[in-house]
Design a protein. Structure first.
Length: 487
């Protein structure tokens, strides 16, 4: 095992993300020692550390002279390439074994994709539900008669707000985590993010407690408020288990079984259990399949020809736009934002503004504690930015500020008005939404699922269109944020 600086610097990795990875590694090392196993472990601050995984592997090969190397499929194409090359250079055979953490294999997804004109989550998800016998009724059909209860899962909190929320279980840093936090503060002082609120699960026991806490206190309402947002409420009814899953502290089968059991014992409604299971058995396995099917070219996709730089406020949260400020603030504080904040706030803004996909991808990979490329890249390039031209999503997820207004209380505390597209008070999301439709009209007109939005664009007068384009140009000229009213 090797802690190497390159894994924290190839993108400008945030402090919470680095600390979580290193703490989980050190806890794992100690657990192996306790079992009497030998671990060759290279600490970050150890003299002679080459600071790359390939460098550490080459050194280990020279020292140990192994007859053969065995590795589990990594989560990152770049790492697979680097280690394969290091093994080749040292002329040692390398066997790459299937990662049994996942419920499906890369080859299985390839077979599923073969011959299909279009891939869609739904078919893959149903295949895995059947194969793993998850939420099926006695006849082998979907429990409750439907495969997907998404339509029941789009609630907002409305005016009264979420009310008292069940605070998720916290994992106060133990001595190992505290040591890592001090190391990260010293070694990566200039990196984004903060460590004073660090409370992530770092061991399998923590991860299991986090899952239990979610199933007992939040799963019942998870589905209903999956898409809702609220100022300074980062967790709402979400599980906070993505990082534990991605670091293999938690087996996804356990999360799926616990949710199904909660439904079968009458503790949670079917729509919530199904909605949660779909994220893990469906989306999580689906995006991994897509990643390995399309890498390395997937990372280079830019179907909408977007070339704007990422606005600087993505690294500071310093913006007048209340929704972006809240989502980015909590991202930097905890290394976390929930799915709709990632997709319909930070992702949507980058899409509408036309930010270069690679810059957006590097931001998402850097800032979230659960970020590993196999899952981050398809979500960013495919789902949020439509930069893959429709491989992952059947249409770009675009909306005006009114969507954010409906799903949150952000607009109430914002100086912009989601209903306006031009003028000093215009919500930048709304301006850029119409500008996006205008800029991509010919392509969008060919997509049936966008026909209503394209028709609405046609209702705008030439003058309105001109004013919107001018306001959008001013936003771009002003570093991606609207010029202030007095400017
Ligand atoms: C632009 C963008 C980038 C993202 N980057 C990552 C990433 O780097 N790592 C990551 O794990 N997830 C990523 N996601 C997916 C999702 O947003 C996170 O998994 C989720 O917000 C994590 O919080 P949670 O554990 O509380 O999840 P919950 O909302 O409680 O969902 C339960 C679990 O389902 C899985 N899941 C949910 N949605 C997805 C999805 N779209 N793809 C894959 N798995 C999913 C996760 O394992 C998650 O823990 C990204 C989504 C977007 C739109
Ligand atoms: S008005 Fe626009 S910028 Fe302000 S919070 Fe609402 S959507 Fe965000």
């Amino acid at each position: 095992m090797a802690e190497v600086a390159e894994e924290s610097t190839h993108v400008w990795s945030s402090k919470p993300r680095i600390a979580l990875f290193l703490s989980a590694m050190r806890h794992f090392r100690d657990a192996q020692h306790a079992l009497g196993r030998q671990v060759r472990y290279r600490a970050l601050d150890e003299p002679g550390n080459t600071n790359t995984l390939a460098g550490e592997l080459s050194q280990t090969i020279s020292a140990e002279r192994p007859a053969k190397l065995v590795m589990t499929e990594p989560g990152d194409w770049r790492v697979q390439q680097a280690l394969t090359e290091a093994a080749r250079d040292a002329k040692v055979p390398l066997e790459i074994r299937t990662d049994r953490h996942f419920l499906s294999t890369i080859d299985q997804f390839r077979a599923h994709a073969k011959g299909r004109k279009q891939l869609r989550l739904e078919f893959w998800y149903r295949e895995l539900r059947r194969e793993h016998q998850v939420l099926l009724d006695a006849s082998g059909g979907p429990e409750g008669g439907e495969w997907n209860y998404d339509a029941e899962n789009r609630g907002a909190f409305g005016k009264p707000g979420p009310g008292p929320l069940p605070a998720p279980i916290r994992f106060t840093p133990d001595p190992i985590t505290r040591e890592v936090i001090a190391l990260v503060e010293a070694r990566f002082a200039s990196h984004p993010g903060r460590l004073d609120a660090f409370d992530w699960p770092v061991t399998p026991a923590d991860a299991s407690a986090a899952l239990d806490d979610f199933i007992t206190h939040r799963l019942a309402v998870f589905g209903q408020y999956q898409d809702a947002m609220w100022t300074r409420e980062p967790w709402l009814y979400h599980s906070r288990i993505a990082a534990a899953l991605n670091l293999k502290l938690l087996d996804p089968r356990l999360a799926i079984a616990a949710a199904e059991q909660a439904y079968r014992t009458g503790c949670v409604p079917l729509a919530s259990a199904e909605g949660f299971i779909r994220q893990i058995l469906g989306w999580r396995e689906y995006v991994r399949g897509l990643y390995w099917l399309h890498m390395p070219s997937y990372a280079e996709r830019n179907a909408l020809d977007a070339h704007e730089p990422l606005p600087g406020f993505y690294w500071s949260g310093d913006t007048e736009m209340a929704c972006l400020r809240d989502a980015i603030d909590q991202t930097l504080t905890y290394g976390y934002a929930h799915h709709i904040q990632r997709l319909m706030v930070t992702g949507l803004y980058a899409l509408l503004l036309g930010v270069e996909p690679k810059a957006v991808h590097e931001w998402y990979l850097a800032v979230y504690v659960d970020a590993v490329e196999w899952v981050e890249l398809p979500n960013t390039i495919g789902m949020a930015l439509y930069a893959d031209g429709g491989i992952m999503a059947s249409k770009p997820y675009v909306a005006t500020g009114k969507y954010i207004d409906r799903m949150s209380n952000y607009c109430k505390g914002c100086r912009f008005d989601p209903a306006q597209s031009v003028g000093d008070e215009a919500c930048p999301f709304t301006t850029l939404y119409w500008d996006f439709l205008e800029r991509h009209e010919p392509m969008l007109a060919k997509n049936q699922r966008m026909s209503l939005q394209v028709k609405n664009l046609a209702r705008l007068t030439a003058e309105q269109r001109k004013a919107i384009s001018a306001r959008a140009a001013a936003i771009r000229a002003h570093g991606g944020a609207p010029p202030s009213a007095s400017a």
